[in-house]
Design a protein around this ligand. Structure first.
Ligand code: NAP
Length: 468
């Protein structure tokens, strides 16, 4: 029989990982990874905590979630500072993100006492439905918007009476860990909301495969989402998927071209393009194509790239050297561009805002999600051609339509196969409106009025009132 390995023998997976400030390349923390055995223990504790939580009066659960929201409100600056350091987000955006968590907790708290069922007219008795909590929910979050995306799954799941085990991305666990401390300080029961840092293929898969986890909420790449979906099939596990995008920004000749051009860079450079909703395909009606490009150039050059702590900064770094390599593999910085911005010298994972014309862009850049500050511009001939090009992708997350013709705007947003459309705006995310993708961009919806229902099972009960 082979000897047991010593307990301190090297394992195939690291027991801890460094968190690096992407603007300075400095290690700012080292975080211990959660082992599969610890995941198992966490699920057991969460299962017990969930039973106690679901048994509380709805008003009491709502009150505790509001206290959690108040605690987050008091920590907005602190949380924003963490996002700035671990994710490289400029301060204004990081503050919005922390505020989004607060708003979502408040909104979810308001849903606890409104999670009603139906009373359905039937013969011979009374028929009612109940929205039962699922049990333990695993939320697996990416690094691009660590705080909001952690809360999109966690807040409604808790509000609907579930326990939550949150696995943040390895690159950005610090804001999630602080969120768990705030929850405890606000009075949420111990073990109800646990944060389990660690690598996706180890900690994440242990969560996905655990029979005690009733639902997985995954936000991340389509490739990993497909893998998780297949693993969930084994346990017929409930699943929400928020995946990638390659979204169109459609500009018609009758639009306010100055505004459309001025706002286009923000729609693909916000968060350095590491945004699932980035409008990275700019489709412009051929008759105004040249004029639009002329207006776009100064707008792109005006995007200030630099130190996220500087209030003048509009765009920070990419998350890591490895991710910058991926962006460069799609678009080497030598690729001929319509316009290319500038970046700081010295440390930091910088990549300039870049606009390519479709006919001159590498094929991968035109078709695949780059997740960097790169847009590909192409002309279209008419409305039908615009819709055809907009839908010529496996993705379907978001998109924008710029026109002064309201009827056309409505025809086009109905024809584009995507979950989140905006007209004369690039807005995609509000805590009170539903969010999610068509096609390979996802499965299910988060946020909005139905957010809590996605964390319940509907139970139908018939009570006979007739004696025969
Ligand atoms: P990712 O590599 O798919 O990782 C996302 C999360 O899944 C991370 O926590 C990761 O952990 C974990 N993970 C990786 N492999 C796993 C596995 N085998 N089992 C379980 N968990 C696993 O994605 P990313 O690069 O962090 O994020 C970028 C992607 O997310 C883009 O495609 C973007 O479009 C998408 N996204 C979508 C939305 C939306 O709402 N639709 C929002 C934001 C981002 P590690 O960090 O340890 O790898």
């Amino acid at each position: 029989m082979p000897a047991e390995p010593p307990t301190d023998a090297p394992t195939t997976h690291p027991v801890a990982h460094d968190v690096v400030n992407p603007a300075t390349e400095e290690v700012i923390a080292t975080v211990r990874s959660t082992t599969p055995a610890e995941v198992d223990a966490a699920v057991r504790r969460a299962t017990a905590a969930q039973r106690r939580w679901a048994a509380l009066a709805p008003a009491d659960r709502a009150r505790l979630l509001r206290r959690f929201a108040t605690a987050v409100d008091g920590a907005v600056e602190e949380l924003a500072a963490i996002e700035l350091r671990e994710a490289g987000h400029p301060l204004a955006g990081a503050r919005w993100e922390a505020g989004n968590v607060r708003d979502l907790l408040d909104y979810a708290a308001g849903g606890v006492e409104r999670l009603t069922g139906y009373q359905i007219p039937v013969a011979g008795g009374l028929d009612v439905t109940f929205q039962e909590p699922l049990g333990v929910v695993a939320v697996i979050a990416p690094w691009n918007f660590p705080l909001p995306i952690a809360a999109w799954g966690s807040a409604p799941a808790l509000a609907a009476g579930n326990a939550v085990l949150l696995k943040p991305a390895e690159a950005t666990p610090l804001s999630a860990l602080r969120l768990a401390e705030l929850a405890l300080a606000a009075g949420l029961p111990e073990d109800l909301f646990q944060v389990l840092p660690g690598a996706g293929p180890v900690t994440g898969e242990a969560l996905v495969d655990h029979p005690g986890v009733a639902k997985v909420v995954f936000t991340g790449s389509t490739a990993v989402g497909k893998r998780i979906m297949a693993r969930c099939a084994a346990g017929v596990k409930r699943l929400t998927l928020e995946l990638g995008g390659k979204s169109p920004n459609i500009v018609f000749a009758d639009a306010d071209l100055e505004r459309a051009a001025a706002t286009a860079p923000g729609a693909f450079c916000d968060n350095a393009g590491q945004d699932c909703c980035a409008r990275s395909r700019v489709l412009v009606e051929r008759t105004v194509y040249d004029r639009f490009l002329a207006l776009l150039e100064p707008a792109v050059l005006a995007v200030t790239v630099g130190d996220p702590a500087d209030p003048a900064t509009a765009m920070g770094p990419l998350i890591s050297a490895a991710h910058r390599d991926r962006v460069r593999a799609h678009v080497p910085e030598t690729t001929p561009a319509v316009v290319r911005g500038t970046v700081p010298t010295g440390p930091g994972y910088w990549y300039p805002p870049t606009v390519l014309e479709a006919h001159a862009a590498p094929a991968r850049a035109a078709a695949e999600e780059i997740f960097g500050p790169v847009a590909v511009v192409a002309p279209f001939d008419d409305e039908a051609d615009a819709v055809r090009q907009a839908n010529a992708t496996d993705y379907g997350l978001s998109g924008s339509v710029w026109t002064r013709d309201a009827a056309r705007a409505l025809r086009v947003v109905r024809a584009v196969a995507a979950g989140n459309l905006s007209v004369n705006s690039h807005s995609s995310v509000r805590h009170a409106t539903p969010f999610g993708g068509f096609k390979h961009s996802g499965l299910g919806r988060e946020l909005g009025p139905d957010a809590l229902a996605a964390f319940t099972e509907t139970k139908n009960v018939f009570i006979a009132t007739e004696e025969r």
